[in-house]
Design a protein around this ligand. Sequence first.
Ligand SMILES: Nc1nc2c(ncn2[C@@H]2O[C@H](COP(=O)(O)OP(=O)(O)OP(=O)(O)O)[C@@H](O)[C@H]2O)c(=O)[nH]1
Ligand SMILES: [Mg+2]
Length: 311
Amino acid sequence: MFTKRISAYCNLFQQLKARFSATKMAKSKFEYVRTYESEDYLLPNCWIVVRIDGKAFHKFSKKHDFEKPNDPRALHLMNRAASSVLNEYKDILIAYGQSDEYSFVFRKDTTLYNRRKTKITTYINSLFSASYVYFWREYFKDVKLKYPPCFDSRVILYPTDETLRDYLSWRQADCHINNLYNTTFWALVLKGGLTNAEAEQRLCGTLSSDKNEILFSEFQTNYNNEPQMYKKGTILLKKKIMHPFKNDKHKIVVLPLHEDLIQDDFWVKNSELLKLKSGELYSFTDSEKIPDLVLSQLHNLSVAEKDTGKQ
Ligand SMILES: Nc1nc2c(ncn2[C@@H]2O[C@H](COP(=O)(O)OP(=O)(O)OP(=O)(O)O)[C@@H](O)[C@H]2O)c(=O)[nH]1
Ligand SMILES: [Mg+2]
């Protein structure tokens, strides 16, 4: 019995000794592999755009029965996930989202993570993806998430205000082109009884005006009256507002807008963005409903307070 115990202690001692020397060896002998790591710093004084995009969302949307061509639950969930990214990263000035993609624009003078490209893009993607899953149930209620969605991400640098504006205009024009096509396509299929292939054939070579005409004459749909979020996508800005339920208190919130950002008007109205200044107080007009996304950021509200809020 006694000798058994001694031999067990000896074994343990040998194991610890072996492990200790292995660790020491790793530190001394293998440490050099760290020198193979490289850091990729983003050029100074350029606007940094991180764009994330859902992987194979044609399949993900089918599996989760997204409404066609636009599912408001999916779009609001994208906006909610993006707003948690804006809340976390103060140096993001504006974000733009449509379909399964979101672009985040960092101030051009940001020193976030010493402007390390990989650090920035992986954190943004990871926080966005995690938030998408985290908030899923709030938007899709009892629709079960069947598998984990994932997103790719890329970083693009824009050296001038003009190229940054052109980038955002490009994404918004893309939203318009796709939405007009998809709205007409699904009207032909779901209301017109065409097969997918027939609808595709019918739309081949058509101009915007032709699609507008098909919608109007065959489906009594005036494309102009489609929801702004579908036609323009969503712009997220940080704005200072008067707290609607607490007098004299200001709060910075992430505000969703569904406006045209291609024309100068938007950039004049929000001139603080390119000037890197803080904006003025934003006031909701009397007829304007405070967006749910904003309400979700006004903490400590009782249901009663929410109910009496401006709608
Ligand atoms: N029904 C429906 N589908 C949507 C909605 N939003 C996005 N999608 C789908 O998501 C796709 C997004 O387009 P892409 O990003 O080009 O295609 P993808 O399938 O995600 O492919 P990769 O991005 O290359 O992985 C659309 O083509 C739709 O199939 C929605 O609101 N409703
Ligand atoms: Mg995609």
